[in-house]
Design a protein around this ligand. Structure first.
Ligand code: MN
Length: 285
């Protein structure tokens, strides 16, 4: 099942080129009261949503995928976690790239030594929103990644249990502006966390360690890899993160980028695609 958010406040289920508008389900969920529980409201109650799905879809308005604006399929994660330097070929290129390595020599260290990092929730957008370059005097790079969306609250789970806590997968862009400052500062610029085009249920994607994905800029391939090439696989990332942070439904883990990271400019279009998930086109301005 592919769940999307569109036109900012609508919830949809995507089948082929059709979006079923199931926004009506929101009125059936518990009323949110202050203080708002951590986690995304929709993903906190996803079991209830899925149970109602056959009826919701039967009654839903149907729209064409081409006529909706896809926003981030998670509206309110409690956090966005990033996994650094998780592909060997990218670690090598980051070490060889003068502009990257002059600022962050530590990039060549193993993931386990660097730790995970966090990106501000306010940087999260969907493909239709577009990435905005706010520091044109600096280099802004794309990092195409596979993202995990948490489905159940997790704390200190083992790698063997970890996938049980995953709702599904999405495509992600972990955008970054190069410079000497802390990584979380440079990766939390508004619009620098892109999630889309929708979230595909875990069972519909297949093995977590065999997902092909690639990134193109203006139609030219820049990045391509398979999740089997990760240095720290997805269950280990979830287990490790959960030792430090409680993971809440809707939390996002950007699982690391592969070789081919490079700059983008206003006017470019970034495409991220994975056969098992979908394709998203993200304009840069
Ligand atoms: Mn990244």
């Amino acid at each position: 099942m592919k769940i999307c958010r569109f036109n900012h406040s609508r919830i949809g289920v995507v089948e082929g080129d059709v979006v079923y508008d199931i926004t009506a389900v929101l009125s059936e969920l518990p009323i949110i009261q202050y203080p708002v529980p951590l986690g995304d409201h929709l993903y906190l109650h996803m079991d209830q949503v899925i149970e109602r799905m056959p009826q919701l879809m039967a009654q839903a308005d149907r729209l064409s995928l081409t006529e909706v604006a896809l926003t981030s399929p998670v509206a309110n994660p409690s956090k966005i976690i990033g996994t650094p330097s998780n592909y060997m070929a990218h670690r090598i290129e980051a070490g060889a790239d003068k502009e990257i390595s002059v600022y962050s020599k530590g990039k060549r260290r193993p993931v386990e030594e660097q730790g995970l990092f966090l990106k501000a929730n306010s940087s999260l957008i969907g493909p239709s929103d577009g990435v905005k370059i706010s520091m044109p005097e600096r280099r802004t790079d794309h990092e195409g990644e596979i993202a995990i969306v948490i489905g159940r609250q997790a704390r200190s789970v083992s790698p063997e249990q970890a996938m049980d806590y995953v709702h599904g997968y999405a495509l992600a862009l972990d955008m970054v502006v190069r410079g000497p400052e802390d990584r979380s500062f440079r990766k939390s610029v508004d619009t620098f966390s892109v999630l889309g085009p929708w979230v595909v249920s875990r069972d519909d994607v297949g093995a977590h360690d065999d997902i092909n994905f690639r990134l193109l800029v203006n139609g030219e391939e820049r990045q391509a890899a398979n999740t089997s090439q990760m240095l720290m696989n997805i269950p280990k990332q979830i287990a490790w993160a959960s030792q430090f942070y409680t993971l809440y439904p809707g939390d996002i883990i950007m699982t690391g980028t592969c070789q081919g990271v490079g700059p983008v400019q206003a006017g470019d279009t970034i495409r991220v695609e994975a056969e098992a998930i979908g394709t998203m086109d993200v304009p840069v301005s």
